[in-house]
Design a protein around this ligand. Structure first.
Ligand code: SF4
Length: 425
């Protein structure tokens, strides 16, 4: 997925090489996972039962929750309203924070903060906090883009997370704790999160149970308390997952990573398309709109000479004409293993105008934090170390061959990414 972006027409900026973080590379899990549950995903009833079993009064559950969802404590030992032996027992039974290390990089003149989090087994995930100052027609916003998986099985070739491959689903607390970290940083300046988007590493609808559980926690007024309409879930097109969201009603926003309207090209750009072709995805999104009354957002990463032609714009217009939909066009961030570059802004403007002329509204958005590699998974990929040049070369040649075939209108004969079909919710 791509990070959410501001509403201004961007000036293209080259993305310099990313300097390595102090965190050491972790291409795959390097330690056993900590078996203690993260406190942020423990329900009040579970916590009360545990406290009672410890011979403690149930009201202590509120004190623990206040500390977990407050912004001051960073460990149980900071919760001085609790007796010392209880603090130690809590620490033995639960993790106050499922992130063992976090580094934050700030860019875009302070408007973008990219956090890279280390998990207990050594894997690295990312979250991106984007600040939007108040404007005449809009209040100040602080939007956090969070990850739902460590790596991703979908393997979109323009995405650095796709390059990493799939490691594992995140635990519910690992999803939620990205939010607690950002909220704590914002609280220092007396600010609070206004929006959360599941557009970071991973395909949220392939970890849907935990994504829904984390939304429940974030939405719960006794815990994080963010209104569901301020939460958006993005998918590359897991149709059964969209149907499941639809059945839940008009709770939160839905975004579709479209990237191409023609199946041969989308087979290459979003390999999940080989399992659920674009017409099925749009039909599921339409059913969602009809059931919920909510507009669906379509995201398109713009790649020069690949998916940005007039023919692509016309195909997208044909696909979305008449839908309650809005398209975000985002020039691609350069990633090491592709031969592609982002579409120049004049061509993105032309593409948007062609959509607009066909009655499909579109906004040009800028990828935040290009100089720190804020495209999804870019820093985690850096932390994992660069692939060997020969591997990059082979990937590039394969992509060139695949995209050339797609542009001739040939469908891919390759299967859907391993594990994706079977894992559909
Ligand atoms: S590879 Fe995964 S994380 Fe990257 S854009 Fe595709 S679905 Fe999103």
């Amino acid at each position: 997925m791509t990070s959410e972006t501001p509403d201004t027409t961007p000036t293209p900026t080259p993305a310099p090489a990313v300097q390595p973080f102090g965190l050491r590379p972790a291409p795959s899990a390097s330690a056993p996972r900590d078996p203690r549950p993260g406190i942020s995903a423990v329900t009040t009833d579970e916590l009360k039962a545990w406290l009672v079993a410890q011979g403690q009064p149930a009201y202590r559950a509120r004190q623990v929750a206040d500390a977990a969802w407050g912004h001051k404590a960073t460990g149980f030992d900071d919760v001085r309203t609790l007796p010392g032996d209880l603090r130690a027992a809590l620490d033995e039974a639960f993790r106050f924070d499922t992130m063992t290390e976090t580094e934050v990089r700030v860019t875009d003149g302070g408007l973008t903060e990219k956090a890279i989090h280390r998990l207990s087994d050594g894997l690295v995930i990312e979250s991106v906090l984007m600040h939007y100052p108040a404007r005449d027609d809009a209040r100040e916003r602080h939007t956090l883009c969070i990850s739902s998986q460590a790596g991703c099985a979908v393997g979109c070739p323009f995405c650095a997370t796709g390059e990493l491959g799939m490691e594992r689903d995140l635990e519910t607390a690992e999803i939620v704790d990205q939010v607690r970290h950002a909220a704590r940083r914002l609280a220092v300046d007396g600010k609070h999160l206004t929006n959360i988007v599941f557009m970071g590493m991973g395909e949220p609808l392939l970890n849907l149970d935990r994504v829904l559980e984390s939304i429940g926690i974030l939405n719960d007024p006794t815990r994080f308390g963010l209104g569901a309409r301020h939460i958006t879930v993005s998918t590359s097109g897991v149709v059964p997952g969209i149907e499941r969201l639809t059945a839940l009603g008009p709770q939160f926003g839905l975004a579709i990573s479209l990237h191409a309207a023609r199946n041969p090209l989308r087979d290459v750009l979003v390999p999940l398309n080989r399992r659920w072709p674009v017409e099925e995805v749009v039909a599921a999104a339409r059913a969602h709109t009809q059931a919920t009354g909510r507009r669906v957002t379509y995201e398109a990463t713009m790649i020069a000479g690949i998916n940005d032609t007039d023919a692509d714009a016309d195909a997208m217009a044909d696909l979305l004409r008449g839908e309650l939909a809005h398209v975000n066009l985002i020039p691609m961030n350069q990633v090491a293993h592709t031969p592609w570059t982002g579409t120049p802004i004049p061509q993105v403007v032309r593409f948007a105008a062609r959509l607009g002329a066909a009655g499909v509204t579109a906004t040009i958005r800028q990828n935040r934090g290009t100089e720190i590699g804020a495209a999804c998974g870019q820093l985690a990929a850096e932390a994992a170390g660069r692939p060997a040049p020969i591997v990059v070369q082979r990937r590039r040649e394969r992509l060139e061959a695949q995209s050339a075939a797609a542009l001739r209108g040939e469908r891919s004969e390759e299967p859907a990414p391993a594990g994706v079909g079977e894992k559909a919710p």
